[in-house]
Design a protein around this ligand. Structure first.
Ligand code: F0G
Length: 354
């Protein structure tokens, strides 16, 4: 039986037999072949796969790191945790804290997190405080608080978060039956996840479980692309609220992942993000939140430059970080409202075209 990422990958994680494991059986998310997207890639027999992290218990990849961060917090006898969040970290922290029966405080940028995520943090009983600033401001406050008070920080600067999240890379290689992808595409916000995946791939290679490493392809939103632009963005702007971050905490580590792997970090426009979002939904049947589709938007953008042609039969994995239901407002804004017809068979049939 699948019992979550700590149970499955404990040999790679900083746990012992006496670590209390707080889990919701996260991980084991599907790696889905994408036939339509594969056809869109300009290369010889390309294969594109979607790592659908939206199917984790709270609907995002954050659960992989949160299971470890909360388990270690309990092992270290903490009774309260705190995070700043664009939404998903707060949803995950709130859920795992509820399970561990500890207090959870979350600081969110006012008016800038998707409705589903706010609902999650609240229903799990977290204390949600909205600050009149952006994510970067909220994270600075959280750092100051955790420096002075006995409350554990569970943002991705907590190394246990990165340790847990690296299991995503292990799973991809396991699902590819001992092979590594040639390219690993991922949205970049606070840059914890790209750091984690790169660490995971390197550890799997060190153990001889894969023979090579992918090139890491990170994608930021154009209005929130500090790493691409090489400077802090004071007022980050993008419809992909999850990655609306102007000063990523793991900035240097993301650059290291890019450079060691021979990959790149680029940016995509909100239009490219939304086009990929719709394409994933109506051509692949996979519903994600906008930030997640940045990985696909980035791959499509790169493909147009002939980037993937260098490799024969390239295997590309795009991480889809969060579920589409997280941001129902964006989904509704992206489609036509349903048509209202009179309640009779004739009107309905006419509408269908029979
Ligand atoms: N995709 C989604 C859906 C996210 O929620 C995040 C980050 C990212 C991508 C980027 O990952 O920060 O590790 O580079 N969300 C954080 C949060 C910041 O607070 O939920 P990253």
């Amino acid at each position: 039986m699948w019992k979550g990422v700590i149970d499955k990958y404990k040999d790679f994680l900083p746990v012992t037999g006496s670590t209390p494991i707080i889990t919701l059986n996260e991980g084991n998310t599907p790696l889905i072949y994408a036939p339509h997207l594969s056809k869109c890639i300009d290369a010889v027999t390309p294969e594109l796969f979607l790592k659908y992290e939206g199917l984790n218990p709270t609907g995002s990849f954050k659960d992989r790191g949160m299971t470890l961060a909360i388990s270690k917090a309990i092992e270290e006898k903490s009774n309260a945790v705190i995070c700043a969040s664009t939404g998903n970290t707060s949803a995950s922290a709130a859920s795992y804290s509820a399970r561990a029966k500890i207090k959870c405080v979350v600081l969110i940028p006012k008016g800038a997190i998707a409705l589903g995520k706010l609902a999650q943090a609240l229903i799990h009983g977290a204390q949600v405080i909205a600050v009149d600033g952006n994510f970067d401001d909220a994270l600075n406050l959280v750092k100051e608080i955790t420096d002075k008070y006995p409350i554990k920080l569970v943002n991705s600067i907590n190394p246990y978060r990165i340790e847990g999240q690296k299991t995503g890379a292990f799973e991809i290689c396991d699902q590819l039956e001992g092979k590594h992808p040639d390219f690993h595409a991922i949205p970049v916000g606070n840059a914890g996840n790209i750091t984690a995946y790169w660490k995971g791939y390197k550890e799997y290679r060190e153990k001889g479980l894969i023979t090579g490493l992918p090139k890491m392809l990170g994608f930021q939103a154009e209005g929130a692309a500090p790493i691409v632009r090489g400077k802090v963005v004071k007022n980050p702007k993008t419809i992909a609220t999850a990655i609306r971050i102007g000063n990523p905490a793991s900035w240097k580590k993301a650059e290291l992942a890019r450079d060691e792997s021979g990959g790149l970090i680029d940016m995509v426009s909100d239009k490219e993000i939304l086009d990929a979002y719709k394409m994933l939904a109506d051509r692949e049947g996979v519903f994600v939140e906008p930030a997640s589709s940045a990985s696909v938007a980035g791959v499509l953008k790169l493909s147009k430059t002939g980037y993937f042609k260098k490799v024969h039969n390239p295997k590309i994995v795009c991480v889809l970080t969060g579920h589409g239901l997280k941001d129902p407002d964006r989904a509704i804004k992206s489609v036509k409202e349903p048509k209202v017809v009179p309640t009779n068979l004739q009107s309905v049939l006419k509408e269908i075209g029979y």
